[in-house]
Design a protein around this ligand. Structure first.
Ligand code: GTP
Ligand code: MG
Length: 355
């Protein structure tokens, strides 16, 4: 059964970068992964792309032929894809039953909040046995402003209601958050969507009373449904990517069974007790849907410490670790080179004694 993620969110929230980061991570973990580009305006793809909507239709052609602007043309492209779903289905079938597919959507939010084409495409994918989760990226800097945070909550809620999939909201680019000044609350207030009435004081000082009241009414609505929460993401941070992967695997029920000879992280299980073909499978259970969330970045307080409270110290620590790793790689390369040179000398030795 193929699994996948519908990667959606506002323009520039980091969707394509996330797809590329996940491709690199999964390739290193030997997990299957394919990316489908569904953004017809994405003409400089940064990642290896298995299926590209541009092979079916391009934004420029639609703009020229139908006299549309870029946004209208994009909607047309999505409707065209929906009408030609068999084109997509045929290519997805070629990826096989074990495929794990990321669908990189365009940034126009209406595609995941009110326009029907993406919803219908998802329904068709689900019918064709895909197990999908929606991964909705929101730029983390919005949480630095109370009223923008409310907009993000509403947008996330709207996308959840529209797409009707297991839904993971993500505050992306969390590594940049400290650039935007101090947060009014700890990060877990925003990720867990805790008692939002605390926002009231901030809103009443920054907005006219009428709009503050409107915001409070929207807060009540969000709290009544209490279904919005957020993961965090810093795409270049391996722990952050692994933690998000775990949350998504939990949502879809995906269990990864690595190839029999692959290594598992040290200390996962007692290697002496299990044969090689059993080992990775046991690890797979621990590391996927059934396993508890654990490890660095699995607790939002760790994320707060890494990117907000002690960012400079952690940055300095990581630089030091990278330097050490770099030196170890250089030393290893020098040792290998020295070993090679001495072997060559040994091989050459008999001919020099003859001369
Ligand atoms: N620091 C940092 N920058 C990021 C991260 N994710 C994305 N970016 C940057 O954000 C910018 C936009 O990223 P994209 O991946 O193009 O965003 P997108 O959502 O695909 O954009 P559209 O397709 O135009 O909607 C790029 O400059 C990325 O390098 C992150 O986790 N941390
Ligand atoms: Mg993109």
């Amino acid at each position: 059964m193929p699994f996948g993620e519908i990667v959606c969110g506002s323009p520039g929230s980091g969707k394509s970068t996330y797809c590329y980061g996940k491709h690199q991570l999964f390739t290193a973990l030997k997990r299957p992964i394919s990316i489908v580009n569904l953004d017809p305006a994405n003409d400089a793809l940064s990642y290896p792309c298995a299926i590209d909507i541009s092979s079916l239709i391009t934004l420029n052609d639609v703009m020229e032929q139908h006299g549309l602007g870029p946004n209208g043309a994009l909607i047309y492209c999505m409707e065209y894809l929906e009408a030609n779903f068999d084109w997509l289905e045929e290519r997805l079938q070629e990826l096989g039953n074990d495929a794990y597919v990321l669908f990189d959507l365009p940034g126009q939010v209406e595609l995941s909040t009110n326009h029907e084409s993406v919803k219908h495409i998802i329904e068709k994918l689900t019918k064709s046995s895909f197990r999908l989760a929606a991964v909705h990226l929101c730029d983390a800097h919005y949480i630095t402003d109370a009223s923008k945070y409310i907009s993000v909550l509403l947008l996330s809620l709207r996308a959840m209601l529209q797409l009707e999939l297991p839904h993971i909201n993500v505050l992306s680019k969390i590594d940049l958050i400290s650039q935007y000044g101090d947060l009014d609350f700890n990060l877990d207030f925003y990720t867990d969507v805790q008692d939002l009435s605390h926002l009231q004081n901030i809103l009443s000082t920054s907005l006219s009373p009428r709009f503050a009241a409107l915001n409070m009414a929207m807060i009540d609505l969000i709290e009544d449904h209490s279904i919005v929460g957020f993961e965090t993401l810093a795409v270049e941070d391996k722990n952050s990517m692994l933690n998000l992967t775990h949350a998504i695997d939990k949502a879809t029920g995906y269990i990864f069974v690595p190839p029999p000879k692959s290594n598992q992280p040290p200390g996962t299980i007692d290697e002496a007790d299990t044969g090689p073909s059993q080992r990775p499978n046991t690890y797979a259970l621990f590391s996927s849907a059934l396993g508890p969330m654990k490890g660095p970045a699995s607790d939002v307080r760790d994320v707060q410490e890494r990117w907000i409270d002690a960012k400079e110290e952690w940055d300095a620590f990581e630089r030091k670790e990278w330097r050490k790793e770099g030196e170890a790689v250089r030393d290893q390369a020098a040792r290998e080179q020295a070993a090679k040179t001495s072997k060559i000398r040994e091989r050459k030795a008999p001919s020099t004694t003859h001369t």
